[in-house]
Ligand binder design. Structure first.
Ligand code: 4AD
Ligand code: MG
Length: 464
């Protein structure tokens, strides 16, 4: 059944010229010119189509009628140097087979030029457009590059659980996992839902982060990373938030915050360079279609050192900027993306790594500084995106960690296993989380995070 060559090979491999070849794919366009029919075939292997030229007189007219935009076909013929402009090679067809038709009257992608919003409503079909072909090829290459990067450095890929009983970030934005009857759940004497009768004998949720499990493994394997789906039930209907997103979380024993920053910068530069080296056809298409500064921005990130500064210095810059923000800033407030983007796009014109945030706005596990006010957090801020990475050195001191958990009402009792790593062989360690879709926003130049994941989950939306 699987037969012939991918389009990418047919377009590139000049040694096939003059040979009989087969291609399997989908019709992108069909154009008639006198008795010659031009059919553009795409199979997703590359942005470009291969042109098929068919002599109308050699084919059954009823068959040719079925060759319409969207139809699934197999075409055989001779690969030739193209007579027309725009393509190097084309197929002079001898056989045409239609696997599946696509009725022009009802096929939604009959015409070009649909908006991204409309395509989101037909996410099951949008793979068939140039834009989403490009985006999802790049997504694949970035996932591959992530594994290649860490494998090359001797990190081990850790599969963190998807169902957990802990709230790693302590932000309470979790999706419950339960098999209890929602209409008639068992209740405790005090009238609460009795999760001891639930599937796992306790309340469980979808993970918000694989970090805590990463920390456990790093205390033996030294350098690990997770790369999996994470879930947050935050009601943020923005162009940068998903309820289900993928995160890469390296966790390293014997790393301090500086080692952590160095790794984060090196990692992200590696990925952007990889995209420039391996995905240029698709990036160029997206650059020309959507964002004329995309390639320039990607090159800039690869070729410049990130600015590193303290949260406190950043606040001074923002307060002194004279800029009017929707959310006012002062020391102690969490930065909004408008503040992050001001620092990156207007002030420094360069990616920024901010460190030493106030402890009140960061998670319980971060290493406490001697000033008693700040923690060794680091956020990497990017142009167009804002926060792309969040991480920290971890608090390895048992007493300090327990005190912070008490202050934040986090149960020591339930987190006994996490605290055990501070009881037995605790060493300095650090890690961070890169939001995979935020990386893809940056690399593709797309503006909405819903357009870089195949089937976005956002508030009130889980159709496909
Ligand atoms: O800053 P966050 O919440 O950090 C953590 O989860 C840590 N446990 C990471 C670690 O130290 N191992 O999330 C990390 C990154 C953010 O910088 C952002 O890129 C992405 O995950 N992110 C989201 N991406 C899409 N939609 C959301 N709702 C996101 N929330 C976070
Ligand atoms: Mg964060």
């Amino acid at each position: 059944m699987r037969n012939g060559y991918k389009v990418i090979t047919l377009l590139k491999d000049t040694s096939l010229i003059g040979k009989e070849v087969t291609v399997q794919g989908w019709v992108r366009t069909k154009r008639d010119s006198k008795n010659v029919i031009f059919i553009a075939i795409n199979d997703g292997s590359v942005l470009d189509n291969i042109q098929v030229v068919a002599d109308a007189e050699k084919f059954d007219a009823d068959l040719l009628k079925l060759v319409t935009t969207g139809a699934g076909v197999e075409i055989r013929g001779t690969l030739s140097e193209s007579q027309g402009k725009g393509q190097a090679q084309e197929i002079l067809a001898t056989h045409i087979h239609v696997f599946g038709t696509a009725d022009p009257a009802t096929y939604p992608l009959q015409k070009k030029g649909h908006t991204l919003e409309f395509l989101r409503e037909i996410a099951h079909l949008r793979f068939r457009t140039n834009t989403f072909g490009a985006v999802f090829r790049i997504r694949h290459h970035m996932a591959f590059a992530i594994h290649q990067y860490f494998n090359g450095k001797g990190f081990f890929y850790l599969h963190a659980p998807i169902i957990t009983a802990s709230d790693a970030e302590g932000a309470g934005e979790m999706f419950r996992v339960s098999v209890l009857d929602p209409k008639n759940p068992p209740l405790t004497e005090t009238g609460e839902i009795d999760y001891s009768q639930d599937f796992f004998g306790r309340a469980t949720n979808l993970t918000v982060s694989g970090q805590l499990e990463g920390e456990l493994a790093a205390m033996a394997l030294s350098e690990v990373y997770t790369f999996g789906p994470t879930f947050r039930a935050e009601n943020s209907n923005t162009a940068r938030h998903l309820a289900e997103f993928w995160m890469i979380e390296p966790e390293m024993a014997f790393y301090d915050i500086t080692d952590n920053m160095n790794l984060a910068e090196d990692f992200i530069k590696y990925l952007v360079r990889y995209a420039l080296d391996n995905c240029m056809t698709d990036i160029k298409f997206l650059n020309d279609m959507y964002d004329k500064e995309l390639i320039e921005r990607l090159n800039f990130v690869v070729n410049n050192n990130f600015i590193r500064l303290n949260y406190t210095e950043a606040i001074d810059i923002l307060v002194g900027s004279g800029q009017k923000f929707d959310y006012p800033v002062k020391w102690g407030t969490d930065l909004q993306s408008e503040h992050e983007r001001y620092l990156v796009e207007k002030h420094f014109k360069c990616p920024v790594i901010l460190t030493n945030y106030p402890k009140e706005i960061k998670a319980f596990y971060m290493k406490q500084n001697d000033d008693g006010k700040t923690v060794r957090a680091m956020d990497v801020l990017f142009p167009q995106i804002g926060e792309i990475i969040g991480g920290s050195q971890r608090e390895e001191d048992y007493d300090k960690l327990v005190n912070r958990m008490k202050e934040m009402n986090i149960s020591e009792h339930e987190m006994w296993w996490f605290l055990d790593t501070r009881r037995f062989g605790a060493v300095p360690h650090a890690g961070f989380g890169l939001g995979f879709e935020r990386l893809l926003l940056f690399v593709t130049g797309m503006k909405n995070i819903r357009d870089v994941i195949p089937f976005p989950r956002t508030p009130k939306n889980a159709e496909f």
